[in-house]
Write a protein that binds this ligand. Sequence first.
Ligand SMILES: NC(=O)c1ccc[n+]([C@@H]2O[C@H](COP(=O)([O-])OP(=O)(O)OC[C@H]3O[C@@H](n4cnc5c(N)ncnc54)[C@H](OP(=O)(O)O)[C@@H]3O)[C@@H](O)[C@H]2O)c1
Length: 223
Amino acid sequence: MSTVLITGAARGLGLDFVKQYAARGWRVHACAREPDALREIAGDVQAHRLEVTDYAAVTALAKTLAGEAIDVLINNAGIAGREATVLGSIDPVVWRQTFEVNTLAPLMIAEAFVEHVARSEGRKLIAISSRLGSIDLANSGRYAYRASKAALNMEWKGLSIDLAGKGVICVVLHPGWVQTDMGGEAATLTIAESVPAMVQVIDGLKPADTGRFINYDGAELPW
Ligand SMILES: NC(=O)c1ccc[n+]([C@@H]2O[C@H](COP(=O)([O-])OP(=O)(O)OC[C@H]3O[C@@H](n4cnc5c(N)ncnc54)[C@H](OP(=O)(O)O)[C@@H]3O)[C@@H](O)[C@H]2O)c1
């Protein structure tokens, strides 16, 4: 049996990741700030209460799951940081919070769970990033969000180098512009078009893919 751990699992892309993997018969560790509804999902879904910036809770969960092998870990939780978007309205509080959730928390989770992933067969450490974090594709506005995801990308590149010896495949994925609370109604993709495609990409990852930045449809993205 394969096992996946997903953060930010109560809604949006995270919730659909839970449903997709549970439907395939995987054990799913679904982590959310409000996890109760996740217990209703059919399958082997273990719901855990987790605020990703509560690092004591992250460490405690890693201890609780100490005996487990985690084939795929998906750092999905994220925030849009919209209030700190453009020059003239930079809000340091929002800026720091955006970095805390989007950049620091995924790395702390990677650190806490690296041995769970390394002892599995799949050995895939995934971060849901964004093409808005691509410096090559940079556009105006959304400074905090863009910078937080660019920094996340750099972290994952570093992890791919440092964890190569353990055989851990470290990849950042862009889900497309998706109709979630964050993406909004104008987004071009439905959740049903994005998440199953990302699951397919994750399925196909090989050791040689470590350190890549990949679109939901499998296309390479520029850093
Ligand atoms: N939708 C898009 O178009 C798009 C595009 C590019 C990248 N992404 C990325 O995809 C990921 C998922 O986004 P989404 O579209 O599904 O957004 P969403 O619908 O707004 O959901 C965000 C999820 O993250 C969780 N979360 C936020 N802060 C958290 C915290 N401090 N601790 C624990 N969980 C937290 C939320 O939990 P609560 O329910 O408790 O708030 C929620 O489950 C994010 O990393 C986002 O940056 C999305």
